[in-house]
Design a protein. Structure first.
Ligand SMILES: C[S@@+](CC[C@H](N)C(=O)[O-])C[C@H]1O[C@@H](n2cnc3c(N)ncnc32)[C@H](O)[C@@H]1O
Length: 130
């Protein structure tokens, strides 16, 4: 787990991890109860709701437009109003506003208040020829 922690500030590293004699890191026991790990297919209904932040980087790169729409629909449903979705630097949430997102900067989208109300029509991508 050395590569995974290489960008953490030393104070944060020390707070959350214990360094073993062989140079590897393990998460401090006090942190573990705060973390709930689950295997989940993002194309099925979200396992929980009310998230403040969802990090979903580079997951949709091989998805069809329909699968992307399904995923983002699930993610907007899983966020609390005002919650934030982070996606990869090369990814854009198509029709973000129709889904209930407001772009707040490169890769960051905020769920608008009221976006969770009722089923939304599936946004379609406009494909045009030059
Ligand atoms: C290109 S990797 C990106 C990994 C990591 N997020 C990153 O940015 O380095 C794509 C990831 O999406 C996950 N993924 C693809 N389809 C998924 C699905 N339907 N549900 C959950 N995860 C999925 C894959 O398991 C893989 O870990």
């Amino acid at each position: 787990m050395q590569a995974e922690v290489k960008n953490l500030m030393p104070a944060r590293l020390d707070k959350g991890f214990i360094k073993a004699a062989d140079g590897t890191y393990t998460v401090r026991p006090g942190v573990r109860p705060l973390v709930d790990l689950k295997i989940h297919n993002l194309l099925t209904a979200p396992p929980a709701h009310g998230f403040d932040l969802i990090l979903c980087r580079n997951v949709v790169i091989y998805f069809t437009d329909d699968a992307k729409a399904t995923l983002y629909d699930h993610l907007v449903g899983a966020l609390r109003p005002g919650g934030v979705l982070f996606v990869g630097g090369t990814e854009m949430v198509a029709a973000a506003h129709q889904l209930g997102f407001v772009s707040i900067g490169p890769s960051f989208y905020r769920k608008e208040a009221g976006a969770e109300v009722g089923p939304r029509p599936r946004p379609r991508l406009a494909v045009g020829a030059r």
